[in-house]
Design a protein around this ligand. Structure first.
Ligand SMILES: Nc1nc2c(ncn2[C@@H]2O[C@H](COP(=O)(O)OP(=O)(O)OP(=O)(O)O)[C@@H](O)[C@H]2O)c(=O)[nH]1
Ligand SMILES: [Mg+2]
Length: 330
């Protein structure tokens, strides 16, 4: 995706695409991870690669056991611009958030341990849709075995804190430490350079819910003191609707994607269906996203947007920006 990847990386990626067995795929993904330069510009790619490695490892195990896998898979296929999981202690309001910003109708109840399976819903934001996935709670005594895998596979997380409870900071700490013990680190910013492929960092926003509850202002202050240095924090109330617009924008931003609009030469731009591609993507990445064959056939592109003059002709390695209109020429 970002420009300037070493040729060995591209070669390994090409070999990965042609690999046919789960073992060969895993080997190539590991090679790609080793060859990937570790810096700010590749952090999204590092994270994606680790997810692919984790999935390839699962696939390898499944194939070894003759297609039978221990336990039930709760993997949720991604839809829309990206997948954001709702994580946190019992009764914090995770399901109420899903119900508040999507059309999904999960069970919301005034007692803990209500949600038992992953519940997806699509959240509209401007002209794109973001997938939210509600999960069962995590506390000192309770953590479904499959939950960390679903969190690791997501693009980002909303960590939900309960401002209606005096134990709000403890509940957040417990969720964080239980996941951390399972190599799943919820972080405000992804680290630049992690050599250990078994640790998955997940970009996270702390959602302080129930801002309407009595005593919530004091608890919010404590929460900010405790976690303000580690996570962006947004106070919301699913009951009054306070903060839900901020939540939507931050959830979209946390995906690390840009929206790009395509245009067929001589035709008007397609404003209805933006492509969402990782920050740092170049013209040839977009072509591949539109159609696999288009990437090879691509000669140049014309771009209307912030980094160029209108209709400027650019090469295939031109980096795209949010909101760009792109005409692909073969
Ligand atoms: N006062 C107030 N109550 C809320 C708010 N959001 C949710 N609740 C209530 O908190 C309780 C728990 O909400 P849920 O959405 O079921 O919580 P959950 O985090 O999904 O709980 P589990 O599925 O057990 O993990 C319900 O009684 C909700 O009505 C809010 O913004 N303000
Ligand atoms: Mg729930």
């Amino acid at each position: 995706m970002p420009a300037n990847l070493p040729p060995q990386y591209s070669k390994a990626e090409e070999e990965f695409r042609h690999a046919t067995t789960p073992a060969a795929k895993l080997e190539k993904l590991r090679e790609m991870f080793r060859l990937l330069p570790k810096h700010k510009g590749t952090e999204k790619l590092q994270s994606d690669l680790k997810q692919k490695i984790s999935r390839a490892r699962d696939d390898l195990e499944t194939s070894k056991s003759g297609g039978k896998k221990a336990g039930v898979s709760h993997r949720v296929p991604k839809e829309g611009a990206g997948q954001v999981v709702l994580v946190g202690g019992p009764n914090a309001g995770k399901s109420a958030i899903l119900a508040g910003v999507t059309n999904a109708r999960p069970e919301v109840a005034p007692y803990p341990y209500t949600t038992r399976t992953p519940q997806p819903g699509m959240m509209p934001w401007e002209d794109v849709r973001v997938q939210l996935v509600d999960l069962p709670p995590i506390d000192a005594d309770f953590l479904e075995t499959w939950v960390p895998n679903v969190i690791r596979a997501a693009d980002s997380a909303l960590l939900v804190a309960d401002l209606g409870s005096d134990d709000v900071t403890d509940a957040v700490e417990i969720t964080l430490s239980r996941l951390s013990a399972l190599h799943t680190e919820l972080v405000g910013d992804l680290p630049f350079d992690v050599e250990d492929e078994t640790i998955q960092h997940v970009k996270t926003i702390l959602i302080a819910n129930k801002a309407d509850a009595e005593g919530s202002a004091d608890r919010l202050e404590i929460l900010r003191e405790w976690f303000g240095g580690r996570f962006p924090i947004v106070a919301i109330s699913t009951q009054s609707g306070t903060g839900l617009d901020d939540l939507k924008r931050l959830a979209y931003d946390s995906l690390g994607v840009i929206r790009v609009y395509t245009k067929v030469p001589g035709k008007p731009v397609d404003r209805e269906h933006p492509f969402t591609i990782p920050v740092g993507s170049i013209v040839s990445d977009l072509a591949r996203e539109v159609h696999g064959d288009l990437e090879k056939a691509l000669k140049f592109a014309k771009v209307w947007g912030s980094g160029v003059f209108d209709g400027q002709t650019v090469k295939r390695d031109h980096e795209l920006r949010d909101g760009d209109i792109v005409e692909l020429h073969t």
